[in-house]
Design a protein around this ligand. Structure first.
Ligand code: PLP
Length: 375
């Protein structure tokens, strides 16, 4: 048995399979398609298992689309708030379903994607807010959101070009959010639903979170299908991998400054950026809130950022250097955010020498993205 080095993210394949069975039940009972949003979870080693339960992947851009095409197979969908000229041509060779964020992007690139044989989607901002995480920071329909065309702009769209009506409005939402979104789209957008073949209800459906009423979702999808006769697609990420793995860390050193401090080899800013961004408090196995158990410590990373603080926790026994701490439920977003979020190409490094010559020092491309995601 491998002695897992720290820090390491570790996924439990049995728990993942059980989550995937939920998705499969929804697919089988409704006939809808379910895609993995690789922006939440991109671990090619698990794709062979996932492939048996899902219809394909949805990507946030070129690198994730290539990852889906090469490592997952089945359908590849891609949505990005903005495409570049070269990107759209390369994407037509990777994805069969290309989604645009606006009437302008559709008008600019739609013909090229169509000529390559792709189905085209348009993201619509349905004006439905239900994100249960992080308020406006994680609400795609927050005021001023750059995601999708709002209802008042839909007459500007060339609907002859659109096959897929796409909304993504949820974040870690329980079934009331999923059902509410489906009903909202049915009530508010029926004139445009008549123009398309498919509706993609996006991600944020927290399918495997305890308390998520899967049967309520199934009923809502069926009701929608009965009314409109359209194909339905869901593209969850977090809901497929919730509670399937941990981040293991070690205590490196103990310290004191008005309170007991422990310095870990895991860091909020390096390994769990959502702790600072959302912000939220990760759960540690066998630990409790400050003062609830006998020994309380403020836990921080070994980076030099003062704010790299994970939180204050208490333990039954005093911590010792070498102790292992296990942060639960770390498989969605934590590790992708600390590899290459959305597959967004890393910024290259360059130097302008004193004679004015600019030298490029790196060439971060797809291979460097792929290599970070393990074998
Ligand atoms: C367009 C789109 N689809 C799907 C997802 C996946 O969402 P989740 O991981 O919350 O299910 C996201 C997340 O940001 C998204 O932006």
């Amino acid at each position: 048995m491998l002695d897992l080095p720290t820090p390491s993210f570790i996924i439990d394949a049995a728990r993942l399979r059980s989550n995937l069975e939920t998705a499969d039940r929804i697919r089988r009972t409704t006939g809808c398609k379910i895609l993995l949003a690789t922006k939440a979870f991109a671990l090619p080693a698990l794709f062979p298992m996932m492939r048996d339960f899902l219809d394909g992947t949805t990507a946030s851009g070129e690198y994730e689309a290539r990852l889906g095409a090469e490592c997952f197979g089945k359908e590849v969908h891609v949505y990005s708030p903005a495409y570049t000229e070269g990107e759209i041509d390369r994407l037509t060779g990777l994805a069969q379903h290309i989604y645009f964020n606006s009437a302008e992007q559709l008008a600019r690139f739609g013909d090229r994607a169509r000529a390559a044989g792709g189905q085209l989607g348009l993201r619509v901002n349905p004006g439905y807010s239900n994100a249960t995480l992080g308020g406006a920071l994680y609400d795609p329909c927050a005021p001023g959101s750059r995601f999708g065309e709002v209802r008042s702009q839909l007459d500007k769209v060339d609907w002859d070009q659109v096959d897929i009506f796409h909304v993504h409005a949820l974040c870690e939402s329980l079934a009331s959010g999923s059902v509410g979104l489906i009903e909202h789209v049915s009530d508010q957008f029926s004139p445009w639903l008549d123009k398309v073949t498919t509706v993609n209800f996006g991600g944020g459906h927290f399918l495997n979170k305890p308390g998520y009423d899967v049967d309520a979702l199934i009923t809502a999808i069926r009701r929608f299908q009965d009314r409109f006769g359209l194909e339905v697609v869901l593209e969850p990420g977090a809901g497929l991998v919730v509670d399937t793995g941990e981040l293991h860390a070690s205590v490196l050193a103990l310290h004191w400054n008005e309170e007991a401090l422990a310095i870990l080899d895991a860091s909020a800013s390096t390994h769990m950026p959502d702790v600072l961004e959302v912000p939220y408090r990760p759960v540690i196995l066998d630990a409790a809130g400050p003062g609830e158990k006998l020994h309380t410590y403020c836990l921080g990373g070994k980076t030099c950022m003062t704010g790299d603080i994970i939180g204050t926790y208490s333990f039954d026994a005093p911590l010792q250097p070498g102790d292992r701490l296990i942060f639960t439920d770390q498989m969605h977003y934590s590790f992708v955010k600390t590899q290459t979020f959305n597959g967004t190409p890393l910024a290259n490094l360059a130097v302008r020498w004193e004679d004015g010559q600019v030298e490029l020092l790196s060439d971060f491309g797809y291979d460097s993205f792929r290599q970070r995601l393990g074998r």
